[in-house]
Design a binder for this molecule. Structure first.
Ligand SMILES: C[S@@+](CC[C@H](N)C(=O)[O-])C[C@H]1O[C@@H](n2cnc3c(N)ncnc32)[C@H](O)[C@@H]1O
Length: 272
């Protein structure tokens, strides 16, 4: 009989995890999250002289989009590595600061607009993250919050979850990230935004393909590192999932690219 492997703890709450990810995130994830960040920022009424905060900025997708509008941007992240990467752009209208998004070291009503793209949803206390966004937004200001529409997230997480669910529907539970699960629904997202102190929520859906490069078979094996559930499967199940993944890639690849359609919800709201 096969032994189940021990499930690994999730790394998302550890800044050291994100510090190690900076280069890979910038190369592989930011081009994809930028598609959603641009859409979120475009929904904010900002321009030159607006003050904008980007919460959980990562390598700066939303901060860079807001800065292009001429706004003065404060980009915060709890990962020193991510903050250093944003600072390295050397843009005069982006100030990057290391900070926990659940307890911002910033005054009330300091910003005209607040944005968080695939950030607050990961916080253990995502409600505090949303409340902090509302607290630092001035009355009459606005916010845009992007989350995934699936509790399984997007891109590689989503693909692997879909395959594992298909093969082992009783084995896989959603990723144990409460904000990801709770906010992956337009009504619940709108309700959460209002509970945090915003009003007039408007939730829109947007889908883009994550283009997975499948040129190198060794890279396909590495995909399983992304998958928290993967570590809970036994050896036979792991082999079956790997086989299903490879055949799906072979059937649907276009050249060296394999598209994983991923849908986000973007909530915009106003600070009363
Ligand atoms: C999925 S990335 C999103 C980055 C960026 N917003 C984007 O769309 O590309 C999540 C980011 O949240 C940051 N993060 C996670 N927990 C945080 C917290 N409690 N406070 C501040 N940043 C946090 C991570 O360091 C990481 O940079």
């Amino acid at each position: 009989m096969q032994q189940s492997k021990q499930a690994k703890p999730l790394p998302y709450n550890d800044p050291a995890h994100w510090d190690k990810m900076v280069a890979a995130y910038e190369a592989q994830s930011q081009p994809f999250t930028t598609l959603f960040a641009d859409a979120a920022v475009a929904r904010l009424p900002i321009g030159p002289s607006s003050k904008v905060i980007d919460v959980a900025t990562g390598t700066g997708a939303a901060a860079l989009a807001a800065a292009r509008s001429g706004a003065d941007v404060t980009a915060i992240d709890f990962s020193a590595g991510m903050v250093a990467r944003v600072r390295a752009h050397g843009l005069p209208n982006i100030e990057a600061r290391q900070m926990d998004g659940q307890a911002l070291d910033l005054p009330d009503a300091a910003f005209d607009a607040a944005v968080s793209v695939f950030g607050v949803m990961l916080f253990p206390d995502w409600r505090a993250g949303l409340r902090e966004m509302a607290r630092v937004t001035r009355p009459g200001g606005s916010a845009a919050i992007a989350v995934w529409k699936s509790a399984d997230g997007a891109a590689v997480h989503l693909l692997l979850s879909q395959i594992i669910r298909r093969l082992y529907p009783d084995t896989v539970t959603p990723m144990p990230v409460s904000g990801l699960a709770e906010l992956a629904d337009p009504t619940r997202l709108g309700t959460a935004v209002v509970a945090a102190g915003f009003s007039d929520p408007d939730v829109t859906e947007i889908t883009h393909d994550f283009k997975l490069n499948v040129a190198n078979p060794a890279d396909v094996d590495k995909l399983f590192e992304f998958m928290p559930h993967w570590s809970g499967l036994d050896a036979d199940q792991s082999a079956a999932v790997a086989h299903a993944l490879r055949s799906e890639i072979e059937q649907r690849r276009v050249g060296d690219s394999f598209a994983i359609p991923s849908t986000a919800l973007i909530a915009t709201a106003r600070r009363p």
